[in-house]
Ligand binder design. Structure first.
Ligand code: FPP
Length: 274
């Protein structure tokens, strides 16, 4: 049972959005492409890293909102394998901010029963980053509430290639029949093996791109793009995305319920069935 007062105070603008939400139809898993930190800083004549610093506050707010709403999973795209191309000082600041965030928040995450996870090639990360990640992973290992994943040194294509390599190895070693490989077998070898696929993908800053994020898992996700730059993203923008999500009709390749034949109706002519 979600306590609305824990998400937004009565009478606040966020509360009106919250009241427009059907709490029984929330997405189970929301994934977010956090974008626009650089532009946020540029608009204020600040160095790009200040945009990332402000972005870390938006991370905190978003995790809190998602957990209070009782979502099963929240996944944030923090650093792609392509992001190494950025200036070294910017990369270093991004990881410093991540370490600061983890060291500051790991207790709060645990106290709120939030299970922290990381997805991506963590073996390619600096030892100090890995130890900050381990701190949060260990502190929240026995939590059973929302799963909060951060995608770091992440590439959707690399994730699928890694899963294919694992399948090939298991088949070569005689532990897997190649004929038995189906979608479920691939999904079980992804970072998200025990998570539901994202129902909703949010991208900030108005760009209409997927940027190599969760390519397999977002097959049927609804996509919400907001012009809001990530450092400005707060509870109300999250709630707006959820209201937008609930307006969509998810058909999974089928037809709208109102277009489906009524029970007992004669079958459609064969020529129209393709
Ligand atoms: C995209 O903005 C943002 C990122 C590449 C990094 C996101 C990282 C943080 C918010 C910092 C801390 C993270 C955590 C999980 C605590 P951009 O730089 O591409 O913006 P631009 O397109 O306007 O240049």
């Amino acid at each position: 049972m979600i306590e609305k007062n824990r998400v937004a105070a009565p009478g606040s603008p966020d509360r009106a959005l919250l009241d427009a939400l059907d709490l029984a139809r929330l997405p189970r898993h929301v994934a977010v492409i956090m974008d626009g930190n650089g532009r946020w800083a540029k608009q204020r004549h600040l160095p790009r890293v200040e945009g990332h610093r402000a972005g870390a506050a938006a991370v905190r707010d978003t995790v809190e909102t998602a957990a209070r709403l009782g979502l099963d999973a929240l996944t944030l795209y923090a650093f792609s394998t392509e992001n190494w191309k950025r200036p070294q000082a910017e990369v270093s600041t991004l990881f410093t901010l991540l370490k600061e965030y983890l060291r500051r928040e790991f207790r709060t995450l645990a106290e709120n029963d939030i299970r922290f996870r990381v997805m991506g090639r963590t073996d390619g990360l600096d030892a100090t980053v890995r130890s900050a990640l381990d701190l949060a992973l260990e502190a929240t290992a026995s939590c059973h509430g929302m799963v909060f994943s951060v995608a770091l040194n992440y590439s959707g294509r690399a994730e699928i290639a890694d899963a294919a390599r694992r399948l090939a190895r298991e088949a070569a070693e005689g532990r897997l029949d190649p004929e038995s490989i189906d979608e479920e077998a691939v999904a079980r070898r992804l970072y998200t093996a025990d998570l539901p696929d994202p129902d909703l993908l949010i991208r900030t800053s108005g760009e209409m791109r997927i940027s190599n994020f969760l390519l397999w898992q977002i097959a049927y996700a609804e996509i919400h793009v907001t012009p809001v730059l990530w450092p400005d993203f707060r509870c109300r923008h999250f709630l707006e995305a959820l209201v937008d999500y609930q307006r969509r009709e998810r058909r999974y390749g089928g037809v709208s319920a109102s277009d489906a034949p009524a029970p007992g109706a004669p079958p459609a002519p064969a020529a129209l069935e393709a």
